[in-house]
Design a protein around this ligand. Structure first.
Ligand SMILES: Cc1cc2nc3c(=O)[nH]c(=O)nc-3n(C[C@H](O)[C@H](O)[C@H](O)COP(=O)(O)OP(=O)(O)OC[C@H]3O[C@@H](n4cnc5c(N)ncnc54)[C@H](O)[C@@H]3O)c2cc1C
Length: 332
C-alpha cells in the first residue's frame, strides 16, 4: 500500500481535470483492504481508471485506487472457460486476453476504458452487449464491516448502466475480483445495427469483430489522449408511452427503443442535438461534434466550465422536451 497527501489527480481522470485529493491510497494487494477500516470510516472514493468520473474540484477525502492485477483461468468445462480477474486489471487487457486466447463474449466491449473492478458498477455496455452477459459473480469486501462478499450475477441486479453497486451498495463495497464465463465456441452478438452493417459480407471472427468495434468507436468518440471526456455523459432517458406519443407529434423522427411495458427509451444524443448542443463549444468545454452524448474538455477546461456546459444541456433539453437528462458519469 502507498499513501500520499495532496495528490494531483490530473493523470487519474480521463476528463483531464487538474484537481487533487487530500489523501491518495494505492492498494497493491486485495488482502490489504480489510485492514483499511480507518480509510473507509472517513469520506473516500474508490477510483479505477477515472473514465466515468468528473471531479468538480479538490477532493477533501481519500481516493483509494486499486492496482492489483491478474487474469486467472479458474475453470474450463464443456465449451466455456471461467476467468477470475482482479479489479486493478485494465479492461482492455481483459478483452485482449480473450482475443488472444480465442474466448468469445466480450468482443463487443473492446475499447472501453477503465479497470475491471468498475465494469460491474455500471454494467458497461456497447454495441448490443453488456458486461452482465458474461459476469458470473463479483467478489469484494463491504467497506463498513470489512467482511468479504461474493454476489452472483442475479444478486448484482444488473440493468441498463445499472447494478446494486449504484444503489444499496453505493459507497459500501470494494470490488476485488470479477468472474467471467466466456465461450470457447464462436458466439457473436451482431444485433446492433451499425456493427451488423459494418460486418456485412464478412465471416465474423474475434479479430475482425474487435477491429470493427474499435473502428466504429474511433469514428464517433474522442481520443482521450487528446480530448478529455468520460464517454457518454448522460443516460438515455425512459419515458412513458403517453409522453412519447405527444413528443412524436412534435418530433416525428424521434429515435426510440422499447423499454418494457408502457415505457420507451429515447436517444439522449438526439435530444441534445435537437436542443442545439451537438458540436457547441464554450471556451475549452463543449459537446463533441461527432457524438452529442459526450461532454468534452478540449484542453484546459476547468471543472466549473464542464459543469456549466452539462447543466445547460440538461436545462435546454428540459425546456424543449420536458425530459430531465440524468448524468451517467459519477460527479464528485
Ligand atoms: C472515451 C470513453 C468511452 C467510453 N465508452 C463506454 C462504453 O462504450 N460503454 C460504457 O458502459 N462505458 C463507457 N465509458 C465509461 C467508462 O469507461 C466505464 O464506465 C468504465 O467501466 C469506468 O471504469 P473506470 O475504472 O475508469 O471507472 P472510475 O471512473 O474510476 O469509477 C467508476 C465508478 O466505479 C466505482 N469503482 C471503481 N472501482 C471500484 C471497485 N474496485 N470497487 C467498487 N467500486 C469501484 C467508482 O467509485 C465509481 O463510482 C467510456 C468512457 C470514455 C472516456
Amino acid at each position: 500500500m502507498k499513501v500520499e497527501f495532496d495528490f494531483p489527480l490530473k493523470a487519474y481522470n480521463t476528463f483531464g481535470m487538474d484537481v487533487s485529493c487530500a489523501r491518495f491510497v494505492q492498494i497493491d494487494r486485495a488482502e490489504e483492504i480489510p485492514m483499511m477500516g480507518d480509510v473507509f470510516d472517513a469520506p473516500h472514493y474508490i477510483l479505477g481508471g477515472g473514465s466515468n468520473t468528473l471531479f468538480t474540484g479538490h477532493y477533501e477525502g481519500t481516493v483509494v485506487h486499486p492496482v492489483f492485477r491478474g487474469i486467472e483461468k479458474a475453470d474450463e468445462a464443456g465449451d466455456s472457460v471461467l476467468l477470475r480477474v482482479a479489479a486493478g486489471e485494465p479492461w482492455e487487457n481483459l478483452t485482449e486476453h480473450c482475443r488472444l486466447n480465442t474466448l468469445y463474449g466480450l468482443e463487443n466491449l473492446t475499447g472501453i476504458p477503465g479497470l475491471v473492478g468498475s465494469a460491474p458498477v455500471q454494467n458497461i455496455g456497447a454495441y448490443g452487449a453488456e458486461a452482465k452477459d458474461c459476469i458470473v459473480k463479483v467478489d469484494g469486501y463491504y467497506t463498513d464491516t470489512l467482511q468479504p462478499f461474493s454476489l452472483s450475477n442475479e444478486e448484482c441486479r444488473f440493468g441498463y448502466r445499472d447494478s446494486i453497486f449504484k444503489h444499496e451498495l453505493k459507497g459500501r463495497c470494494f470490488i476485488t475480483h470479477v468472474w467471467f464465463r466466456l465461450s470457447t465456441l464462436p458466439r457473436f452478438n451482431l444485433t446492433y445495427k451499425a456493427l451488423a452493417q459494418a460486418m456485412e459480407g464478412h465471416e465474423p471472427t474475434l479479430d475482425n469483430v474487435s477491429e470493427t468495434v474499435l473502428a466504429i468507436r474511433n469514428s464517433k468518440l474522442p481520443d482521450i489522449r487528446k480530448i478529455g471526456c468520460a464517454g457518454s455523459f448522460f443516460k438515455n432517458p425512459v419515458v412513458d408511452a403517453a409522453q412519447y406519443t405527444a413528443l412524436l407529434a412534435r418530433f416525428p423522427d424521434l429515435v426510440s427503443y422499447p423499454a418494457g411495458e408502457g415505457q420507451v427509451k429515447l436517444a439522449a444524443g438526439q435530444l441534445i442535438e435537437k436542443a442545439g448542443w451537438k458540436g457547441r463549444r464554450e471556451g475549452d468545454a463543449g459537446v463533441y461534434p461527432l457524438q452529442a452524448l459526450v461532454v468534452v474538455n478540449y484542453g484546459n477546461a476547468k471543472p466549473d466550465e464542464i459543469c456549466q456546459v452539462y447543466r445547460q444541456v440538461i436545462a435546454d433539453v428540459q425546456d424543449l422536451f420536458q425530459i430531465t437528462l440524468t448524468p451517467e458519469v459519477n460527479i464528485l
